[in-house]
Design a protein around this ligand. Sequence first.
Ligand code: GDP
Ligand code: IMO
Ligand code: MG
Length: 429
Amino acid sequence: MQKYNSLVVVGSQWGDEGKGKMTDYFAQKADLVVRFAGGDNAGHVINFNGQKHKVTIIPSGIFNKKVTSVIANGCVVNLLNLVKEFEVIKNSGVSYGNLLISDRVQLILPYHIKIDEAQEEARGENKIGTTKRGIGPAYQDKVSRLGIRLGELREENFKERFKIVFDYQMKFLKNMFNVEALDFDQTYNDLMDAYQKIKDKIIDTDIFIETAIKEGKKVLFEGAQGALLDIDHGTYPYVTSSNTSANNASTGSGISHKLIDSTMGVVKAYSTRVGAGAFPTELLNEIGDGIRERGHEYGSNTKRPRRIGWLDAVALKHAIRTSGIDSLFITLLDVLSGIDQINICVKYELNGKEINNVPSTNQMYEMCKPVYLENPGWSEDITGVTSFDQLPDEAKNYLKMIEKICEVKIAGFSVGPDREQTVILENIF
Ligand code: GDP
Ligand code: IMO
Ligand code: MG
């Protein structure tokens, strides 16, 4: 397989595929790591040198000292949380010097969090199970042209403009949800305090990224969430509010799609979902419980237990198509050790007919029954494996089967959370 200079790394399921681990791994060879969508609804755990780190909005390449990490225009940013996150990871030798933020990012403000909470409450039984980080309302405001771009904080009349937007939001909260007003001065002062701490990191990042690619630098584009949570191509309405798929790497970082060479989809060896929505391969039994415990499948952000299911190749192929995925990276393979039979969903049955695609509505998706291909499992602990050859035959066959069904090359696999527990099959970056 060819080696690429600009690579997009995206989640190919419902998030938490190990994108953080993989981005950190490939960042060892990168000059730039660019986060292009989402906000602090993401939660990535990164392990190396016996230490465990967590990031939400800061790009996962930040722990590699030579990397410049960029939060690009497609993201929504809560400045207060960004500053807090930096204070935590600073202790591991990370400096603000490695971070740049686009002046075009949209801000998540305290009222977005209030609206997120109130909307979830109002949805009642149909609640999405959001992370309550204000993501949906912040993207709503971007599209409604009520949002605040980070670059605006530099302007002299910002306080007056912010007051107009703020008053509108307070009226909306009161009239729509009967939520009491926030204090304007407090909100403004907190925002400006955080802004003071990061203001020299704010630039026009699209020009910076474009120049880097044209100069031959190695650039990783880091996706958040997963393709099935994409606002257009995901399992709507149980999705997040941004385009999480790889196509947004160009819009979300302000560069031409022609500058992007290749896309790698990170895939868990099984499936997980946090929050509500149809999940055809869900395992509501002791196999699912076992995977949850062995894989520590609890949200790194919200601590919610993740729902567990078999690998769903129909959903995965949908992600491959809608994100243009060129290679797959299989993570958490070690978690499947000790299971007698491992299933892969290859079709759905809907109203007595077989279908090969993800239907457009949740109601129809709820009615889909998985059709499985059965694979023999393995019992060996594979967490120390360093090559394909060292895998038990059943694990080799499982990977080959995924490759065959998806018709996409597997670039590597991961057998534990640590940076070292990574096996490369194709040197693509
Ligand atoms: P992300 O949101 O896609 O970055 O994924 P998360 O960090 O939310 O969730 C993935 C979890 O799996 C984290 O706790 C990682 O440390 C862990 N992890 C990643 N790869 C592996 C692996 O190959 N094996 C095991 N056992 N854990 C892994
Ligand atoms: P990473 O980047 C898994 C889910 C939420 C909810 C839905 C909408 O760590 O893979 P939101 O707060 O975005 O409005 O919630 O999307 N969700 C995630 N699930 N991993 C994530 O991020 C997620 N970010 C959002 O649980 O179902
Ligand atoms: Mg996560």
